[in-house]
Design a protein around this ligand. Structure first.
Ligand SMILES: *Cc1c(COP(=O)(O)O)cnc(C)c1O
Length: 363
């Protein structure tokens, strides 16, 4: 017999959580997976060997280094900052969550420029932060004057700029980032540039980070480093922001093996760069070839391309691709992305398979 009142629904979640759907990307068993912006290639075999060796020397009975000091120092050295300007977490998603825990919450707002990475507004809602949605232009670029005006008037605690932007691939010009930063600075907020795809892109906002300026840049091992399975990401920003994030992260949130894996990866920068260069070249080839099909394609600075079939519905094309064992992301239910599909750059063989399938479907 169950206790009185037990069972589903007896304990109600917070009202603002009850209506939320989780953030998921449907997975299917297909031959060609181009739906979650992973690297099509794994890290080199030498990396895997070094990880195995690192696993053997983990002191499993001990808590890990709570400060992740060595990992932060190595990441800092890579970017020419100090270790106290680096905050590492379980994927850049956890970095973003910590930003909300420290700077968001009731009575505070977070500005996002739609269409963009859905997790920013999702985490805002989860933490009870008001979402201020501004719109990108039709070509998914950002009007810096309109954006600055909005920031001046709502004064959000957090402003998120995703560049290259997921899902459109749009790279924000340096001047746009600078004018957002000026507006954020004068309204007492923090600008977070989500650079999950920075290495695929021509420039970065990292050069704006210093000891005082209210800007942070988030990075991930998931895309560039071909390590989505490791769940590791980090933020570069002023030390005073990092200190606040450390207060809200769980103690020992970065396990010992993950810290070791993150360090090992940094020994393979050249291999990473070669992979990134190959993916960029392949992205350009894929964009060109898509340009020859009856689809709209937007310029991308990331490892994916957004497209919209001109004469066919996205759901129909998505299903017909699945029927041919190719999985892409159907974005058509996302704000402003009616009819759009997002395609991760795969290996040339995978992309050829996608292109052949599309040619058949759109003929
Ligand atoms: C993939 C992605 C992330 C998530 O990265 P994790 O480090 O895997 O949590 C963050 N931001 C954007 C824009 C992404 O596309």
């Amino acid at each position: 017999m169950s206790p009185v009142g037990a069972g589903p629904g007896a304990v109600r979640p917070r009202d603002d959580i009850a209506l939320l759907a989780g953030y998921h990307s449907p997975q299917l068993d297909v031959a060609v997976r181009l739906n979650t912006n992973e690297s099509p290639l794994p890290p080199p075999p030498a990396f895997t060997e070094a990880v195995a060796a690192a696993a053997r020397s983990v002191a499993w009975n001990r808590y890990p280094d709570r400060q992740a000091a060595e990992l932060r120092a190595r990441i800092a050295a890579r970017h020419g900052v100090t270790a106290d300007q680096v905050f590492a977490a379980n994927g850049s998603n956890e970095v973003l969550q910590c930003l909300f825990l420290a700077y968001g919450g009731p009575e505070r707002g977070a500005a996002v420029f739609e269409p963009t990475y859905a997790l920013h507004s999702h985490l805002a809602r989860v933490t009870g932060t008001a979402v201020v949605e501004a719109e990108r232009d039709d070509d998914f670029t950002l009007d810096p004057v309109a954006a600055a005006t909005l920031i001046d008037s709502v004064r959000p605690a957090l402003t998120f700029l995703c560049s290259p932007n997921n899902p459109s691939g749009t790279v924000a010009p340096r001047a746009t980032v600078a004018s957002l930063l000026a507006a954020v600075g004068s309204s007492g907020g923090l600008l977070c540039v989500d650079e999950a795809y920075a290495e695929f892109s021509p420039h970065s906002a990292l050069e704006l980070v210093d000891a005082e300026t209210p800007v942070v840049v988030t990075r991930t091992y998931s895309k560039t480093w071909a390590m989505a399975g490791a769940r590791l990401g980090y933020l570069i920003g002023p030390a005073w922001v990092v200190a606040e994030l450390e207060k809200v992260a769980l103690p020992y949130h970065l396990d010992a093996l993950k810290q070791a894996v993150g360090l090992v990866a940094l020994d393979y920068v050249d291999e990473m760069q070669a992979r990134v260069d190959a993916i960029v070249a392949e992205r350009n080839r894929l964009s060109d070839r898509l340009g020859g099909l009856p689809v709209d394609v937007w310029p991308s600075g990331a490892n994916f391309v957004l497209m919209r079939p001109r004469h066919r519905g996205a759901a129909e094309v998505w299903q017909q691709l699945v029927d041919r064992s190719v999985l892409v992301r159907n974005c058509s239910s996302w704000p402003r992305l009616d009819g759009c599909l997002r395609v991760t750059v795969g290996t040339p063989e995978e992309d050829d398979r996608l292109l052949a399938a599309l040619e058949e479907i759109l003929a």
